[in-house]
Design a protein around this ligand. Structure first.
Ligand SMILES: NC(=O)c1ccc[n+]([C@@H]2O[C@H](COP(=O)([O-])OP(=O)(O)OC[C@H]3O[C@@H](n4cnc5c(N)ncnc54)[C@H](O)[C@@H]3O)[C@@H](O)[C@H]2O)c1
Length: 439
């Protein structure tokens, strides 16, 4: 089987590489010439554990190809996946420009039956628009009789664990509207079902909706726990104990119950926004999700608020160490990262930032330029610092040598945005310590 994956970003590159790993012949297509040239030379555009060696292995084996020209390979494949970006429009809705560009390129070049699958996260009804765009182009060419199907196969992988998520998924959701498309998708995913992973076939709108509902639910759990954490501080409870207490309930489960300094990344913020907007356009208010967003916006300011309170509202000239810049560990993705909001606030308040992240330093330069000092490790970040703000819970931040850090700092105080340290131990080490939702 030969397939094309259009859009060689996080999702497209991981998807293409994993299908190739399972023996499929895969063309990864992108309009970004430099990205494609780099990939041909073994340069991977993103940090994702295990991805580089998998790309290299499959590229050398001749199962993974990189190209900028979809039209030249289109009629050589059975399935085209669209995995291009769907960034938020100015009004919060998903911008479908790239998805529809791909559909039109397909329509302009299609000469035989094929399934066009949307893997990008798109609002309900997008498959219908994709179908219409392809059909219009076929009609223009006088090729209206060429048959094709559209399908929806949203992606649930997590950055940082993308390969495991793709190779051993909890479930694969496939929305189809014809038996022929279903058979092709079954064939493609067969190597995965051999391991008993669940494939759930649905109609197309339900598949499109499932992705948004999943991300909205996860974002809701995070904001819910952050709201509870903030109340814990007021009433004198400890959110870590509360988390364990409720997570032990099998109906609730223990995942995604960690309080922190807000969610970020390329998915939750934009998908929550897009779902709110889709609903609004149809005359429905997503009241819970509107609150989820509000809580998260506030939560991204929480470390700064605690810092300002500690210094009586004045951090002018103070050096603030920021540990972790990526929106979460094991990725260099900085899109909508809480660190960006925090750093902006510190700088505006007259503070200086010394920051360190194990993998996102290059990416951070694109967002922050020379507005901060880039440290070479956490110890270097704390040099002459008046506070440490722990923003991203990388494993290597979990057990630092506090005696060394204390000696290099101006004032030993830690604001732990992910609750990874123990207050009592920190105080025994001579630090003032503030977590989220604890006393
Ligand atoms: N990043 C994630 O963790 C994740 C997880 C699940 C779903 N998604 C969804 O998957 C989609 C892609 O996300 P991403 O993070 O991989 O995006 P990305 O920005 O990393 O990659 C998108 C790629 O598409 C390319 N592109 C744009 N227009 C093109 C065209 N006409 N032809 C060929 N290539 C084109 C861009 O150059 C870019 O390389 C989004 O809808 C996102 O919401 C992302």
């Amino acid at each position: 089987m030969k397939i094309a994956i259009v859009g060689t970003g996080y999702v497209g590159l991981v998807t293409g590489t994993c299908f190739a790993e399972m023996g499929t012949d895969v063309y990864c297509v992108d309009i970004d010439q430099k990205k494609i040239e780099n990939l041909k030379n073994g340069i991977i555009p993103i940090f994702e554990p295990g991805l580089d060696e998998m790309v290299e292995r499959n590229y050398k084996a001749g199962r993974l190809h990189f190209t900028t020209d979809l039209s030249s390979i289109l009629n050589d494949v059975n399935i085209v996946f669209s995995a291009v970006g769907t960034p938020p429009d100015e009004d919060g809705s998903a911008d479908l420009k790239y998805v529809l560009d791909v559909a039109r390129t397909v329509g302009k070049n299609l000469n035989k039956y094929m399934v066009i699958v949307t893997k990008s996260t798109v609002p309900v009804g997008t498959a219908r628009l994709v179908k219409k765009a392809i059909q219009e182009e076929l009609d223009k060419r006088g090729k209206s009789d060429i048959k094709f199907d559209v399908a929806s196969n949203p992606e649930f992988l997590k950055e940082g664990a993308a390969i495991t998520d793709f190779m051993q998924p909890d479930r694969v959701v496939v929305g189809v509207e014809s038996e022929e498309a279903k058979l092709l998708m079954e064939k493609l995913y067969k190597p995965f079902t051999l391991n008993n992973y669940r494939i759930i076939y649905t109609d197309i709108p339900s598949a499109e909706m499932t992705k948004y509902a999943a991300n909205a639910m996860l974002a809701t759990r995070i904001s819910f726990m952050n709201d509870i954490a903030n109340l814990c501080e007021i009433v004198g409870a400890d959110v870590n104990m509360v988390r364990k207490g409720i997570g032990a309930d099998a109906r609730i489960g223990s995942k995604f119950l960690y309080a922190g300094c807000g969610y970020g990344g390329s998915c939750f913020p934009k998908d929550v926004k897009a779902l709110i907007k889709t609903a609004k356009n149809l005359g429905h208010d997503m009241q819970i999700l509107e609150a989820v967003e509000r809580v998260n916006d506030k939560q991204k300011h929480i470390l700064f608020d605690k810092l300002m309170k500690y210094y009586n509202g004045d951090i002018k000239g103070k050096t603030i160490a920021v540990w972790g810049l990526a929106f979460k560990p094991k990725t260099d993705d900085m899109r909508e990262a809480p660190s960006l909001v925090l750093i902006d606030q510190i700088i505006k308040a007259g503070g200086k930032v010394r920051a360190y992240d194990p993998v996102a330093m290059n990416e951070a330069q694109h967002h922050l330029g020379d507005s901060i000092i880039y440290a070479k490790d956490i110890y270097d970040a704390t040099l002459d610092a008046d506070a440490i703000l722990m923003v991203t819970e990388w494993n290597e931040f979990r057990l630092p040598t506090w005696e060394v850090i204390k000696k290099t700092m101006n004032r030993p105080v830690v604001f732990d945005g992910r609750n990874i340290y123990n207050k009592q131990e920190m105080e025994e080490n001579g630090f003032d310590y503030f977590g989220i939702g604890i006393q």
